[in-house]
Ligand binder design. Structure first.
Ligand code: SF4
Length: 252
């Protein structure tokens, strides 16, 4: 059994495959909470801070998540969705932290079906989960967008950087790339040093940097600094197209 918070057809808005029509499955729950990203939200009158997908992380929202108990039910739904779309789009599995469920029977059956259909799957993950690729070989056919958290997440380094998990994913998967969410303050202080430390663990994957922001306003406050940071260090700049176009609307 695993939790889905939403599923929808859209365009990938960030990272290496920005611009590609994709079907999104967003799982519920995360092993981190990233209070430093400071997206403010309210739960029963209490103001809390988290990442821009707090609704898929904070268990206060769990009542709104749907339980996937049978892979056949979700697979049947996906077949219908893809028929309506008219082709099999790429599938992006995001969260929360989707790889919390990597060994879940129902979850793995869905991944296996997608792989057998020849659909390109990208996991958007914080890279902290150790995956047994021999036991779960379908993951070898997947792309991993490693969105490793930096100090601005507010999480301690020991929780957000797990070298063995990262190396294992890079060695065993079809493709990996690094994706960092940074703001102006981090650009001006530790971003380059932090990214360099991570590249000592994973020297090969391409680096994409994108501005922090759960809304157009916050992205506008950070984008230029990140843009110039990428030029200076020969990193790829990634925008966040879905937020530019739809602002804070969910499910797009
Ligand atoms: S790891 Fe990602 S999904 Fe989890 S709390 Fe941090 S930013 Fe949010």
């Amino acid at each position: 059994m695993f939790y889905l918070t939403e599923q929808f057809f859209s365009i990938q808005g960030e990272g290496k495959y920005a611009g590609v029509p994709s079907y999104f499955l967003r799982t519920g729950g995360c092993n981190l909470s990233c209070p430093g990203f400071a997206a403010a939200y309210e739960v029963e009158g209490e103001v809390r801070y988290g990442c821009d997908t707090y609704f898929a992380v904070d268990s206060a929202y769990a009542r709104q998540w749907s339980k996937v108990l049978e892979s056949t039910v979700l697979i049947k739904h996906l077949k219908q969705e893809f028929k309506t779309i008219g082709y099999n789009p790429d599938v992006v599995i995001t969260g929360g932290e989707p790889l919390m469920y990597h060994s879940d029977k129902t979850f793995y059956e869905v991944i296996t079906w997608l792989v057998e259909e020849g659909i390109q799957i990208t996991f958007e993950t914080n890279g902290t989960m150790k995956i047994n690729f021999d036991r779960y070989p379908a993951y070898k056919s997947c792309i991993f967008a490693l969105s490793i958290k930096l100090a601005n997440s507010g999480e301690p380094a020991s929780r957000r950087i797990v070298p063995q998990a990262l190396k294992n994913i890079q060695i065993s998967s079809k493709e990996t790339f690094l994706k960092f969410t940074i703001d102006k303050a981090l650009v001006e202080t530790s971003a380059f040093d932090e990214i360099s430390e991570i590249r000592e663990i994973l020297p090969d994957p391409e680096v994409f940097c994108m501005p922090v922001g759960e809304s157009r306003d916050t992205i506008w406050r950070n984008d230029r600094a990140v843009f110039e940071f990428c030029m200076k260090h020969n990193f790829r700049y990634s925008d966040r197209l879905h937020i530019r176009v739809f602002d804070t609307t969910q499910g797009v």
